[in-house]
Design a protein around this ligand. Structure first.
Ligand code: NAD
Length: 245
């Protein structure tokens, strides 16, 4: 039995549930747990434990972290894009601070946070930007503004009480279990709203398959405590292909 224990906050969601299953497959000896405010994967699975909790409660989080002995926490929970400012502030900002506090209090070693590419969207086309792109002065909406604040909370906690942190910024995620993107497109189709077009239909948008986003989370956690010399990292920005249709 491995001493590693992985806790996925938001583990009943689209990305979180895919990550839970990938953790079980990748680390069969480890303990894997899912924490969420809603349980969607009935009946309980023998391969992982479900903790019912609201991430804004320090007490509930600390109890779950202690119970499963979490060594690595993945924070994938968030309200949806388009949610109101109050909910986004409560879950993404106060909730993320609560997660950091719980991790430090309970001696968790690693925290991997799912941010969003929308945190740096400023209304202009963004081509081949990377993590050096600053947050815009005025964020897109409450969801993206609070995801940016959450990211800052997570990254500035790096090293606190020995906790190592990292944030990933996926763009649109698609794949089995998607509850937002494809259902939204299908709703438009079903409601016959397809004769409206915004823009000239040439805009590009990044999409990543859910398994690839999960893989990024696994690799980020694995590498977080490995010292990789900066010069060995490939930081080149690929050339922009202006002819992409
Ligand atoms: P999802 O809604 O399917 O999953 C989020 C989960 O968080 C849900 O199961 C929900 O019940 C849980 N949750 C929400 N509030 C909670 C609370 N207070 N306490 C405990 N659990 C709570 O969303 P998803 O599409 O899987 O997105 C996962 C993450 O990826 C989110 O952080 C989101 O911001 C980010 N993201 C998603 C996309 C996308 O295209 N889906 C793109 C970029 C970033």
């Amino acid at each position: 039995m491995s001493s590693e224990s992985y806790l996925v906050i938001g583990g009943e969601g689209f990305l979180g549930s895919t990550l839970v299953k990938a953790l079980v497959a990748r680390y069969p000896e480890a303990t894997v747990s899912s924490l969420d405010i809603v349980q969607r994967q009935f009946p309980d699975k023998p391969q992982w434990t479900f903790y019912s909790a609201d991430l804004t409660s320090l007490e509930s989080l600390a109890t779950a972290i202690k119970a499963c002995g979490a060594t690595t926490v993945f924070h994938t929970a968030s309200p949806w894009t388009g949610s109101g400012a109050e909910l986004c502030e409560k879950v993404n900002v106060q909730g993320t601070q609560t997660i950091v506090d719980a991790c430090v209090q309970e001696g968790v070693k690693k925290l991997v946070f799912t941010s969003s590419a929308g945190t740096v969207y400023n209304g202009e086309d963004l081509i081949n930007v990377d993590e050096r792109m600053p947050f815009p002065e005025v964020g897109l909406d409450p969801y993206n503004v609070t995801k940016a604040k959450a990211e800052t909370i997570v990254l500035s906690a790096n090293g606190k009480g020995g906790l190592l942190t990292v944030a990933l910024r996926p763009a649109g995620i698609f794949g089995p279990g998607d509850r937002q993107a494809l259902p939204g497109v299908l709703d438009v189709l079903k409601s016959g709203k397809t004769n409206f077009q915004i823009g000239d239909n040439t805009n590009l948008f990044d999409w990543t398959y859910v398994d690839n986003v999960v893989h990024a989370h696994l690799v980020a956690a694995e590498r977080l405590d490995k010292k990789v010399p900066r010069e060995s990292l490939d930081t080149r920005i690929p050339p922009v292909d202006k002819d992409i249709p």
